[in-house]
Design a protein around this ligand. Structure first.
Ligand code: HEM
Length: 497
């Protein structure tokens, strides 16, 4: 039961099919499912099986995690009758949806549209809907004794498939066109089970479908046969600043999230809607840089995706004097192969690495920072060295935390200044900004955001900062920064991992 993500009885147990439709749409939308996919999944899933609510929940013992050892991970043992078969209690909802619950057929829609439905209660007391005047032929076999017929039912969530105007249109079409229903279910089921596997290049085995599906975020194979040094030379002479090249490379690569392996620099989708217009990406600066990158791409044969990453490397090499590793071969995706709506959820609401945290974002910036770092697969020292290094290069969209004089040199100065004990930090009342005052003169000397100060305030982060701030840590700092930067740039390079 703990796995059901929409209350089957309706929002907060209110048996209103239209309100339920609203919740279903939001929940399935988060899984990037549209209305057609949602109807196919719910109706197709409920073509099979039954729900279980033969008696009240007080007959059911602890859930698997809370059950004693001897339950061997099962839990939910029941004292109601035999506790199994027709006596099973799980959701509290009771009944199958169709007359043949072990067969794929059109029974779900036949019944949904073949009857009027009335709100009743299961033996467990849960809201369910029963067909008015159901014939015995349309009833389901009892779970244990197939010669006995029992009424089928619909949950409030199932009733939404008929009552919500958009779901209703799709349900009717599926009812009249069983082939379309079967195909839509097969596709939506495949998507449900594979959507978090990342690019198609990660699939193995003989059953990989040849067809390219838009939710796989397809990216063509990129060119590797071009002159990398020539691209770097053109970038170096492009007139773009170190900060512009770093910010664009970061904006491109840092969309990656290890939770479902979407986003990242490959595909250069930062050129396309919706990413090109995200506020965090500074659209004016982005379009200026992209114009230059596209012309370099045309001239050299490198993909724009590679040029974006190379530009970041050129900037860091200029600022550090250290070579940044690079592996060519990223491809450029097209707008047609980009599901705009499903990319919208990747938009950064806040990004500590760029000190971006617009007013009104109602979550602590340092918490989103940790989330972003784990989605990028970064360790605590990697997160720390990236924030410190980027800030030392003047990267801060809200202007806080810029402690260093020379923002064209990668250095550990940011960490040194952060640990400066001659100042007293005070919040200035805006929620995300703080001011440092000289303890002797009272003079205001610098400002910082929460995600700057957390590196001094949190004991574990402070310990890392203290290592990087040491006078003899400068080489280690640069080496670690380059390593972590490269890790983010290649987070989505499954072809070279
Ligand atoms: C609006 C979304 C959904 C809701 C509210 C919902 C709710 C439920 C509930 C309450 C049960 C009964 C559990 C029990 O008493 O043991 C159930 C069973 C089931 N659901 Fe769903 N479900 C939804 C979507 C889906 C989807 C998308 C699928 C698969 C594609 C699916 C497949 C099944 C199957 C096969 C069963 C029967 C399990 C059995 O026979 O033990 N459901 N669902």
């Amino acid at each position: 039961m703990g796995l059901i993500y929409v209350n089957p009885q309706g929002p907060d147990g209110n048996p209103d099919p239209l309100a339920s439709a609203h919740d279903i749409r939001t929940t399935f939308g988060r899984m990037a499912m549209n209305d057609e996919e949602t109807v196919a999944l719910v109706a197709g899933g409920h073509t099979f099986g039954k729900s279980h609510g033969a008696g009240t929940e007080d007959n059911v013992q602890s859930e698997p995690e809370g059950a004693p050892l001897e339950e061997m991970g099962f839990g939910w043992s029941s004292t109601y009758g035999s506790g199994v078969g027709s006596d099973t209690i799980t959701s509290g909802i009771e009944g199958a949806w169709t007359a043949n619950p072990t067969k794929w057929d059109n029974g779900y829609f036949d019944l949904l549209f073949g009857y009027e439905w009335e709100l009743t209660k299961s033996p467990a007391g849960a809201h369910i809907w029963h067909a008015v005047g159901q014939t015995e032929d349309d009833m389901a076999p009892d779970a244990e004794d197939a010669s006995k017929k029992v009424p089928t039912m619909m949950t409030t969530a199932d009733m939404a498939m008929r009552m919500d105007p958009s779901y209703n249109k799709i349900s009717k079409r599926f009812h009249e066109n069983p082939d379309q229903f079967a195909d839509a279910f097969a596709r939506a089921w495949f998507k449900l089970l594979h959507r978090d596997m990342g690019p198609k290049t990660r699939y193995v085995g003989p059953e990989v479908p040849e067809e390219e599906l838009i939710w796989q975020d397809p990216v063509p194979v990129g060119n590797t046969n071009y002159d990398v040094l020539k691209v770097k030379e053109l970038l170096s002479d492009s007139g773009l600043t170190i900060q512009e090249m770093i910010e664009v490379a970061w904006a491109s690569a840092s969309t990656y999230r290890g939770s479902d392996m979407r986003g990242g620099a490959n595909g250069a989708r930062i050129r396309l809607a919706p990413q090109k217009d995200w506020e965090a990406n500074n659209p004016a600066q982005l379009s200026k840089a992209l114009e230059i990158y596209e012309s370099i791409s045309k001239e050299t044969g490198a993909s724009v995706a590679d040029v974006i990453v190379l530009a970041g490397n050129v900037a860091i090499e200029k600022a550090s004097g250290v070579e940044v590793p690079f592996t060519p071969g990223r491809g450029d995706a097209t707008q047609e192969s980009t599901d705009i709506e499903s990319f919208e959820v990747l938009e950064p609401k806040s990004d500590a690495f760029r000190n971006y945290h617009p007013q009104g974002v109602n979550i602590a910036p340092e918490e989103i920072m940790l989330d972003k770092a784990q989605l990028l697969g970064l360790t605590a020292p990697e997160m720390t060295v990236l924030v410190g290094g980027m800030r030392s290069l003047g990267i801060s969209m809200n202007g806080y935390g810029l402690f260093t004089e020379d923002s064209n040199t990668l250095s550990n100065d940011y960490f040194k200044t952060l640990l400066d004990m001659s100042v007293q930090w005070k919040p200035n009342g805006t929620g995300n900004s703080y001011e440092a005052f000289d303890r002797k003169t009272g003079e205001k000397v610098r400002t910082a955001s929460r995600t700057d100060l957390v590196f001094g305030s949190n004991s574990q982060l402070r310990a890392i900062v203290e290592v990087y701030a040491e006078d003899d840590s400068s080489d280690k700092f640069t080496r670690d920064f380059v390593f972590a930067w490269n890790k983010v740039m290649n987070a989505d390079r499954f072809d070279i991992q």
